[in-house]
Design a protein around this ligand. Structure first.
Ligand code: NI
Length: 176
């Protein structure tokens, strides 16, 4: 397992649509392992492959909040080719953030529940029903695989402000 570098707004790769994986083989599992390590290190509750510049439809989510003696209990769920098959009419609002848009948080409204079909770590076809934080996080990660960021769900004014801020920071960094 290895830590991978998380790419940051306005990196154009965050806007690309990722390719499905053909099968979940050892190479995909190695990617999943690296993604989990990178997510826990960040720390975050979800990570899409495009955030480490791998343009494949792979994501990892751990929305559990369990702790054992102050240590986070790891319950990662790995998704290859995840697809939303149902969303609830009921909506829910969460304050979202993103490891590719550090230190920016904003309320986002999404369906409160959803069902997702995917291939698991062993390549087995599965479907899960999600609610609460898990539903929000998996929708956020599937958005990533389609080149969509959570800031696309907020007002244009706020989005333009945050994109400008990160673009300026990038310019300063490349000038230094
Ligand atoms: Ni994100």
């Amino acid at each position: 397992m290895a830590l991978r570098e998380i790419i940051i707004l306005p990196d154009k790769r965050l806007r690309q649509v990722c390719e499905p994986v053909k099968t979940v083989d050892d190479q995909v599992r190695a990617l999943m392992d690296d993604m989990a390590e990178t997510m826990y290190d960040a720390p975050g509750v979800g990570l899409a492959a495009s955030q480490i510049a791998v343009m494949k439809r792979v994501a990892v989510v751990d929305a559990s909040r369990d702790e054992d003696e102050g240590e986070r209990v790891k319950n990662p769920i790995f998704f290859a080719n995840p697809e939303i098959t149902w969303v609830s009419d009921e909506m829910a609002e969460y304050e979202e953030g993103c490891l590719s848009i550090p230190e920016f948080y904003e309320l986002v409204e999404r369906p409160a529940g959803c069902r997702v079909s995917y291939l698991d770590y062993k390549g087995k076809n599965r479907e899960i029903e999600c609610e609460g934080l898990m539903a929000t996080v998996i929708q956020h990660e599937i958005d990533h695989l389609n080149g969509v960021l959570f800031i696309d769900h907020i007002s244009k004014l706020k989005r333009d402000m945050v994109v400008k801020k990160f673009s300026k920071a990038k310019k300063r960094e490349s000038a230094a």
